[in-house]
Design a binder for this molecule. Structure first.
Ligand code: BG6
Length: 483
C-alpha cells in the first residue's frame, strides 16, 4: 500500500483521543468528590482480585497503593493538557464523568456545582478548539456509598440513581455535548464485576446470576438514558460501548470453531440488546438452564425494544484466539480476557496480541451484524517509553502500531464499506493503566514524567508519535507514512 492515498476518511470524521476520569484526574477527594469503586483498586498483585470482586475490601487499606488518587493530576491542569491535544489538531476528545464529582454519594438531591464546573471547563475548552466532546457517562465508575448501601448494580435502584446523573448531565450540557456513551466496555462486567458495576461476589456459586442481574440493570438504565437524552435534545446521539476483538478459532477443529463463536456471542450479547433491543434466544436458553436468567420488571422488555442506541462504539486492542476443550493451545494475555496464544501474531511488551487485520475483521463483523454507524473509541499500544540521549521519546513501535491499525480501518471504510464516525485512540496522554494500575504501561502521544509510584515531576512532553498523529489528522488520514 502506498503511504499517500487520496483522503479516505469522510469529512467530519472525528479524529481524537480517549481517556477516563479515574485514570487521569486524581484529586480524588477534592471539592467534595465522593469515594468511588475505582479509588479502592490498588496497583500490584491485589488489583486483579479486587476488580473481579473477589475479597474486595470496601475501605482503603494502609499498605496498598491506589493510583487513581493522584493519577496524572488532570483535574488541576485540564486546560494545559487540552491545549496540547488541540496542538495535534484533535477534532474530538473522549473523556468520562466521575460520578462522585457530580453526586458524591450517588443519592444526593442536587448535583455538585463544583463538579459540574470542572466538566464545564473541559467542555468549553474543547468547543473553543473545535473539538467535539464525546462523554462517557460511566467509565468503570460507581459511588462507594451506593455499593455499601445497596450492593452497586446488583440492586435495581441503581437505575434510578444513574438516570438522575444522566438527567443532570443532559440538562446541564444541553447544546454543548451531543455525543454520549452510556457505559464503557459494558461487557467487562462479565470479567471484572467490581470495576464494571461495583459488584462483589460473595458466593461463587451465584456468580453468573449475580453478574447477569447487574448487567440487566445496566442495560435497562442504558435504554432509559437513551430515552432521556433524546427527550432533552433530539440532536443528542447515544452510543453503546463494548470491548471488541473478534474471536478466531485456534484451529479448524469444529470444537475450536464453536468455542470461538461462543466467545463472540458473549461480547455481542450486550450490543444485541442495546442496538437490536432484545435478549438473543441463545442467552435466554443458556441463562435459564444455569438458573441465572435475570429478573425482568414489568415494562423492561418494551423499554429495551424501544430505546435502542444511535451508534455502536467499541474498543479494539487485539483479536482473540479461542480453543475448545482438550486443546493443547497455550494461554496468552489480552484485555482482561484470557485467550490462546496465536502463533501468527506478534505480542506487545504486556503480552497482548498485535493484529491490525483483526481490527478490519472486527469493524466488518460489527458493521455487517448491526448495519449501524460505528465509532472506534479506543485503540492503541501500551508500551514502555524511554527518554533517548537527545532528550526525545522516539516511540517508533507505537507509530507503527497506529499506522497499521489506521490503515486497516481505512481499508474497512474504502473497501468494505464500513460506516465509521470517528477514531479516538487510547490514550492521547500517558495515564494509569486500568488493568494493571501501572504508569509504565504508556499509550500516550504525550509523555508524563511519573513512575509507577506516581513519583516524578509530572511534566508533559510530546513524543515522536505526537507529531506523527498531527500529520495523520492534517492529511485526513491519507498520510500514514512512518518516519
Ligand atoms: C480498556 C479500558 O479496557 O482498555 C481503558 O476502557 C483501559 O480504561 C484500556 O485503560 C487499556 O487497558 P490497560 O489495562 O492497558 O489500561
Amino acid at each position: 500500500m502506498s503511504p499517500k492515498q487520496p483522503p479516505a476518511f469522510p469529512t467530519g470524521f472525528l479524529w481524537g483521543g480517549a481517556t477516563a476520569a479515574n485514570q487521569i484526574e486524581g484529586a480524588f477527594l477534592d471539592d467534595g468528590r465522593g469515594l468511588a469503586n475505582v479509588d479502592l483498586c490498588p496497583s500490584g498483585d491485589a488489583r486483579m482480585d479486587v476488580i473481579r470482586g473477589r475479597n474486595t475490601p470496601l475501605a482503603l487499606q494502609d499498605n496498598w497503593f491506589y493510583p487513581s488518587h493522584e493519577a496524572i493530576s488532570f483535574y488541576k491542569q485540564a486546560e494545559a493538557d487540552i491545549e496540547l491535544l488541540a496542538g495535534m489538531g484533535f477534532r474530538c476528545f473522549r473523556f468520562s464523568i466521575a460520578w462522585t464529582r457530580i453526586f458524591p454519594t450517588g443519592t444526593d438531591s442536587t448535583p455538585s456545582q463544583e463538579g459540574l464546573a470542572f466538566y464545564d471547563r473541559i467542555v468549553d475548552r474543547c468547543l473553543e478548539y473545535g473539538m467535539t466532546p464525546l462523554v462517557t457517562i460511566s467509565h468503570f465508575d460507581c459511588p462507594v456509598a451506593l455499593i455499601k448501601e445497596i450492593g452497586g448494580w446488583g440492586s435495581r435502584s441503581m437505575i434510578e440513581h444513574y438516570t438522575r446523573l444522566c438527567s443532570a448531565l443532559f440538562q446541564h450540557f444541553k447544546g454543548r455535548v451531543r455525543h454520549w456513551l452510556t457505559f464503557n466496555e459494558i461487557n467487562m462486567i462479565l470479567h471484572a464485576p467490581f470495576l464494571g458495576a461495583g459488584v462483589i461476589i460473595e458466593d461463587e456459586s451465584l456468580a453468573t446470576s449475580t453478574i447477569y442481574q447487574a448487567a440487566h440493570h445496566q442495560l435497562v438504565a442504558s435504554a432509559l438514558a437513551t430515552k432521556l437524552a433524546h427527550e432533552v435534545d433530539e440532536e443528542n446521539q447515544v452510543g453503546c460501548m463494548f470491548a471488541a476483538g473478534s474471536a478466531y478459532p485456534y484451529s479448524c477443529r469444529p470444537t475450536d470453531v464453536w468455542a470461538a463463536r461462543e466467545v463472540d456471542r458473549d461480547s455481542y450479547f450486550f450490543v444485541d440488546i442495546q442496538a437490536r433491543g432484545a435478549y438473543p434466544q441463545w442467552a435466554i436458553n443458556k441463562l435459564s438452564a444455569e438458573n441465572a436468567l435475570p429478573e425482568f420488571a414489568p415494562g423492561d422488555v418494551e423499554l429495551l425494544a424501544k430505546y435502542t442506541v444511535d451508534f455502536i462504539s467499541f474498543s479494539y486492542y487485539n483479536s482473540r484466539t479461542v480453543a475448545g476443550p482438550d486443546s493443547d493451545a497455550v494461554v496468552a494475555k489480552g484485555n482482561l480476557m484470557k485467550t490462546a496464544k496465536n502463533p501468527y501474531l506478534e505480542y506487545s511488551q504486556w503480552g497482548w496480541p498485535i493484529d491490525p487485520l483483526g481490527f478490519r475483521i472486527t469493524l466488518c463483523d460489527v458493521y455487517e451484524r448491526y448495519q449501524m454507524p460505528v465509532f472506534v473509541v479506543e485503540n492503541g499500544l501500551g508500551m514502555r517509553d524511554e527518554l533517548a540521549e537527545d532528550g526525545e521519546i522516539h516511540d517508533h513501535e507505537r507509530i507503527k502500531y497506529l499506522a497499521d491499525h489506521i490503515g486497516a480501518m481505512r481499508d474497512a471504510i474504502t473497501i468494505d464499506g464500513v460506516e465509521v464516525m470517528g477514531y479516538t485512540s487510547w490514550a492521547p496522554i500517558d495515564c494509569v493503566s486500568a488493568g494493571s494500575g501501572q504508569m509504565s504501561k504508556r499509550y500516550g502521544y504525550i509523555y508524563v514524567d511519573l513512575d509507577d509510584a506516581l513519583e516524578g515531576s509530572g511534566a508533559r512532553k510530546p513524543k515522536d508519535s505526537y507529531y506523527w498523529y498531527k500529520k495523520v489528522i492534517a492529511s485526513q488520514g491519507s498520510d500514514l507514512s512512518i518516519p
